[in-house]
Ligand binder design. Structure first.
Ligand SMILES: C[S@@+](CC[C@H](N)C(=O)[O-])C[C@H]1O[C@@H](n2cnc3c(N)ncnc32)[C@H](O)[C@@H]1O
Length: 278
């Protein structure tokens, strides 16, 4: 994996970055543009950048989730985790402190809030998440609008239990959690859905697995569907998967904000990849 150093992630926490990630991050810094929407000719992407990426409005839910994360960091709790994904350089044992799961495995405040605002902007009917972990990203997805059902899948039983504690605490009756491996659960969920409006892919960060989940979800894509991929530069394999996804003929607009890759399918937009500075 090469050199591993600790660097600042978003504005609050530190995590370990591989040599590959550092290289990709420097490349992103060199090529990212459209700060605050400047220079964007696509009205759709311009509105998105202004109203979602650079919106400074604070929602009540943001404070609640922040407080909850702080509570978890102080809880001094350890759970036994079975890792069904690509593993993590941040953990060496299966006994993992909830504090570290918040810091290293869960979505950061910056990107969680971005997901929340994105949902408010696009207003999807249904939401599917691959990779619940302890439920932090699910809270952002669920609290954006409690009337929308959020289906979320987690393979590890103990991790899923910890997530359920969060959903109960926040009365998230709109969250339905499925405990099982993606490859077992996802085909049934996709088969039962007419159109997948919003999918957040955040588990099993391996090239082929990511492409397989994407292809499966693609069978139920609609004109207004939005797929979001986390950790698109986590490894060479994820970076290759992201290239394949954004270049797929059904994808029109794709947006790269380094941590996340967002793809749209609306044929009214001409095909273009935007690397947006956040
Ligand atoms: C990066 S974490 C998700 C973080 C969460 N979305 C958040 O931001 O709060 C990835 C999760 O996916 C789960 N996972 C990975 N591969 C899986 C698989 N094949 N089937 C089911 N769950 C899997 C892991 O157990 C882990 O909890």
């Amino acid at each position: 994996m090469g050199l591993i150093i600790r660097v600042k992630k978003s504005h609050t926490i530190y995590y370990r970055m591989s040599f590959f990630q550092i290289k990709k991050y420097l490349n992103y810094c060199l090529h990212a543009k459209y700060r605050k929407g400047y220079g964007l000719h696509s009205p759709f992407v311009f509105n998105l950048v202004r109203e979602v990426f650079y919106c400074e409005h604070s929602f009540y839910a943001f404070d609640l989730i922040k407080e909850y994360k702080n509570e978890l960091k102080l809880a001094n709790k350890v759970i036994s985790v079975v890792d069904y994904g690509a593993g993590s350089s941040n953990f060496t044992s299966k006994d993992r402190s909830v504090e570290k799961l918040v810091k290293a495995s869960s979505i950061s405040t910056k990107y969680g809030e971005l997901l929340f605002r994105l949902l408010q902007h696009i207003n999807p009917h249904n939401i599917l998440e691959l990779g619940t972990s302890i439920g932090i990203s699910t809270l952002y997805l669920a609290l954006a609008d409690r009337r929308r059902e959020v289906l979320t899948i987690e393979g590890c039983v103990e991790t899923a239990k910890q997530a359920q504690i969060a959903f109960d605490k926040f009365d998230c009756s709109n969250v339905k959690q499925f405990v099982g491996q993606f490859q077992d659960v996802l085909p049934n969920l996709v088969a039962k859905t007419d159109v997948l409006d919003f999918v957040f892919f955040d588990g099993n960060h391996q090239k082929q697995a990511t492409i397989d989940y994407f292809n499966l979800c693609l069978t139920k894509v609609g004109a207004n569907s939005v797929f979001v991929f986390d950790d698109i530069y986590w490894s060479k394999g994820m970076s290759e998967a992201w290239d394949i996804i954004r270049q797929h003929p059904q994808v029109t607009v794709s947006i790269d904000v380094f941590q996340l890759g967002i793809v749209f399918f609306n044929k009214d937009y001409s095909k273009q990849n935007f690397v947006v500075r956040l």
